[in-house]
Design a protein around this ligand. Structure first.
Ligand SMILES: NC(=O)c1ccc[n+]([C@@H]2O[C@H](COP(=O)([O-])OP(=O)(O)OC[C@H]3O[C@@H](n4cnc5c(N)ncnc54)[C@H](OP(=O)(O)O)[C@@H]3O)[C@@H](O)[C@H]2O)c1
Length: 290
């Protein structure tokens, strides 16, 4: 069954819409933590009853492997219990539930990409808290969509936690150190949201992987950024450039088996840099030697 999109999208409630992915979402009833704190069950029910959405896009989360490791209670409260609260409300009103999950639910020990059928085996608090969210959704609901992605980026790099933003902010330094021994997916949030909309429109159910095509290392990503913007800065390959890298497997790569692949990560990254970064003059993050 294909939904009448306008009605479905305008009646989709979005949690955590003030975040990076939310900034690309151009539909729905957008809520942030002030309006809808997913850890507050009473508030969850009040808001869900007020809007009676046909679908819930649950984006609210406490993200970041390092931060979750340091604040496990917060991670489980927001990512696991928060997902439970939202799923409970969706069940009561019969709304479709869309949960965005992560490649971090896998252990990164396989030497090929993880498919939608592979069993999760998270190795850190962030991964475990997101995996519990997946289990809750699968156990409680019939009409759900779990969309896993990896290393999303987009929007304003100032203050953002994603890998691309971190490298952009390092462009004014003498060199960028980037891990060459960790493979991951890099995914442009704009491409991700476009594919997510397609999956909702087609009324897909179950687990889907959505990433830009081909795996890469943080070193590959930093090199691509430096080359695209013609910065005179050396990119140095290292092992474990960030403390949180130690908590991730070496091959945290998911493959797309059930859908047509998105464009390659390089193509998407070049577009982001050219259209969203280089053309936005005066971006403080873009101070670098040419
Ligand atoms: N970024 C990635 O690489 C990636 C990869 C795979 C999956 N995902 C998943 O995609 C989703 C969105 O990620 P994102 O990159 O957009 O993250 P983000 O930029 O950190 O956005 C998350 C949003 O959730 C909000 N939030 C936190 N605690 C909340 C609470 N208790 N109640 C309501 N809202 C709360 C945050 O608000 P505050 O600013 O007030 O904290 C923030 O606006 C998450 O579920 C994440 O696990 C992300």
């Amino acid at each position: 069954m294909i939904f009448k999109n306008d009605d479905l999208f305008s009646r989709t409630l979005i949690t955590g819409s003030g975040g990076m992915i939310g900034s690309y979402v151009d539909f729905g009833i957008k809520t942030d933590r002030k309006i809808l704190d997913v850890t507050n069950l009473k508030q969850v029910f009040r808001v869900v009853h007020k809007y009676r959405p046909r679908a819930i896009l649950h984006l609210a989360a406490f993200i970041g492997v390092g931060q979750c490791e340091q604040n496990p209670e917060q991670a489980y409260m927001i990512n696991s219990i928060g997902a439970y609260h939202m799923a409970l409300a969706a069940k009561e009103i019969g709304a479709k539930f869309v949960y965005v999950s992560s490649s971090v639910v896998f252990d990164g020990k396989k030497d090929a990409s993880y498919t939608e059928e592979d069993a999760p085996n998270p190795q850190n608090v962030y991964g475990r808290s997101k995996h519990i969210g997946e289990l809750v959704v699968q156990g409680m609901l019939k009409d759900y969509l779990i969309i896993r992605s990896g290393r999303l980026y987009g929007g304003d790099p100032n203050g953002a936690k994603n890998l691309v933003a971190q490298f952009i902010r390092q462009l004014s330094q003498e060199e960028i150190k980037a891990a060459s021994d960790k493979m991951c997916n890099l995914t442009y949030a704009r491409d991700f949201v476009a594919e997510l909309k397609k999956l909702i429109t087609e009324n897909k159910k179950g687990i889907y992987h959505v990433v830009n095509k081909d795996a890469c290392s943080p070193y590959d990503i930093a090199k691509e950024i430096v080359e695209t913007i013609h910065a005179k800065i050396e990119v140095v390959p290292v092992t474990e450039a960030f403390a949180a890298d130690a908590l991730r497997g070496n091959f945290e790569v998911i493959g797309v088996k059930k859908l047509k692949s998105l464009r390659s990560w390089r193509k998407a990254l070049r577009e982001y840099l050219e259209v969203e970064i280089l053309m936005s003059k005066g971006n403080a993050a873009m101070q670098f030697k040419k």
